[in-house]
Design a protein around this ligand. Structure first.
Ligand code: HPA
Length: 274
């Protein structure tokens, strides 16, 4: 089966389980895990039951597609994402986004954890991703292009919707939430960066660095979707920073920032619905 047939088979399976398919999808990265608690009328479909879906492996990431409503708006939430550092290839990492598009989803919300290089940032800050720098060794669109999915050479000029960024700023202002803006540098991991690498990423124009999101956002743009992303700054890096980042520290900072992320995302979903 080629990729197109796989996408269609998976979309068919989901349509057989869910009658009213949302046009908004949310990838619940770090900072948004408990968004599920705010959803109503939930239907869980474990990844392992979905044909062609990879199965997630990382500790603390359960793998389910969750269909339901958030603030009255129908959404698909992806609980557990696939990271390149786990060994999945780029086609697997981005496969769920392909399926979302096939189901008619046109708006994608994402969140992640990252290390901050911007000297204005503090741990626990939440950053609107205004743009990214792809430093993964491979582009998810490498290989045969299916014109049904999108163009061979897609523009990435507005990878993150300016309209959605403006809406988030408005919501943050109304709710008195400090939201930073910045460029997310996407790398493979699983190592955190050396001090020199954090410095290098800052010099090339990055504000934070993380190990996810960029592949999914490239594929969403290829497919013509609107994208909005938040990044939780869970640690800081640079040549003057001596603190050693750990997975536990990342998780703790993410828990602290979670209420801000949840509030912004819930309002975003409600006000961007159409
Ligand atoms: N580097 C890369 N990925 C990360 C970091 C970091 O410092 N923090 C959380 N995810």
């Amino acid at each position: 089966m080629n990729m197109l047939e796989q996408i269609n088979q998976t979309a068919e399976y989901i349509r057989s389980k869910v009658t009213d398919i949302p046009n908004t999808a949310i990838i619940l990265g770090t900072g948004l895990g408990s968004l599920v608690d705010y959803m109503d009328d939930k239907l869980f479909i474990p990844y392992k039951e979905i044909p062609n879906f990879p199965v997630s492996t990382v500790e603390g990431h359960s793998g389910n597609l969750i269909f339901g409503t958030l603030g009255g708006v129908k959404v698909i939430a992806m609980q557990g994402r696939f990271h390149y550092y786990e060994g999945y290839d780029m086609k697997q990492v981005t496969f769920p986004v392909r399926v979302f598009r096939a189901l008619g989803v046109d708006t994608l919300f994402v969140s992640n954890a990252s290390g901050g290089m911007n000297k204005e940032f503090v741990v626990g800050d939440v950053m609107i991703i205004t743009d990214h720098i792809n430093l993964f060794p491979e582009n998810p669109l490498r290989g045969k292009n299916f014109n049904e999915l999108g163009p061979r050479f897609p523009a990435m000029t507005e990878a993150y919707s300016k309209e959605l960024i403006a809406l988030a700023d408005k919501i943050a202002f109304e709710k008195n939430i400090r939201l930073m803006h910045g460029v997310y540098v996407g790398v493979t991991g699983p190592t955190f960066e050396t001090p020199a690498e954090y410095e290098y990423f800052r010099i090339i124009g990055g504000d934070c660095v993380g190990m996810s999101t960029v592949p999914e956002v490239i594929v969403a743009n290829h497919a013509g979707m609107r994208v909005f992303g938040l990044s939780v700054i869970t640690d800081l890096g640079g040549k003057d920073v001596t603190q050693v980042p750990t997975h536990e520290e990342v998780q703790q900072a993410a828990v602290l920032a979670q209420p801000k992320c949840l509030e912004i995302m819930r309002e975003m979903v409600v006000r961007s619905a159409h």
